[in-house]
Design a protein around this ligand. Structure first.
Ligand code: PGA
Length: 245
């Protein structure tokens, strides 16, 4: 595992953009795995800047997002579909038919999960997966206790995750209780993974990911079993591991 400590959120985002832009340009037909949340927004802004300057193109890229709230139609202001349009897709040269995000209001979510995984596999899997991490160590919406063997599936959100995410909703009661997420097994199929983390509130999760048991209490700990992972964190998120790596 490669581990980079950057000064702050801006530095983390810049480093992530530097590490990914050439790869995206060079691999024709790249399959990119994307995440939502506050963490990757700075990276997405850097990609947008590069795209506008003609230094980066998503013309041949196909994307798969990690997750989506169950019960929210894509037009909902807090759906991850809306997030991705606003934070990235509207501003880059991607072909909208190459974008995949789990459908939050599918009539048969279980079947939709199977289709999502099948399409992912049929494309040859994700080449480069971007991940954030929850303060409870979740990746995607794979909450503590999730089996390492799960592929794309429906999950019940941890209460901590609902509380953290309620900042985007009017009230906690409006935060969906379930989501569709690529599973830990799906994520581990990616050929390369870049995990980003910023801020003190992520420092315990980063510590447990690197030095705790590899088990489902800290879902991100499974990444230690992957051959090609880079973690880019800022000083806040690195606070508990600095000096030990
Ligand atoms: P955040 O969420 O980027 O908003 O902190 C990360 C996550 O929960 O995976």
């Amino acid at each position: 595992m490669k581990f980079y400590i950057e000064k702050d959120y801006k530095g983390m985002s810049r480093k992530a953009a530097d590490l990914t832009a050439d790869k995206i340009n060079q691999k024709k037909g790249m399959i990119l795995g994307l995440a939502t949340g506050s963490t990757p927004i700075g990276l997405y802004q850097k990609w947008i800047e590069k795209c506008k300057k003609g230094e980066l193109s998503f013309r041949d890229v196909k994307t798969f997002n990690l997750d989506e709230y169950l019960g929210l139609p894509k037009e909902h202001s807090q759906s991850y579909w809306t997030f991705m349009q606003e934070q990235l897709f509207q501003h880059i040269d991607i072909d909208p038919t190459n974008v995949r995000i789990p459908c939050g209001d599918h009539e048969d979510p279980e079947e939709h999960c199977k289709e999502y995984e099948r399409e992912l596999d049929a494309c040859g899997g994700v080449d480069l997966q971007i991940l954030g991490i929850g303060r409870n160590g979740h990746i995607g919406f794979n909450e503590p206790g999730e089996s390492f063997e799960n592929e794309t599936h429906v999950v019940r959100l941890a209460e901590d995750t609902r509380v953290v995410n309620s900042r985007f909703f009017d009230d906690l009661s409006e935060v969906p209780t379930h989501a569709i997420t690529m599973g830990l097994k799906s994520i581990m199929k990616a050929k390369e993974i870049i995990l980003l983390a910023s801020g003190d509130e992520k420092s315990e999760a980063i510590y447990r990911t690197l030095f705790g048991e590899i088990d489902s209490d800290t879902p991100a700990s499974i990444l230690r079993l992957h051959p090609n992972v880079s973690m880019i964190v800022d000083e806040g998120a690195a606070a508990k591991v600095k000096g030990q790596i």
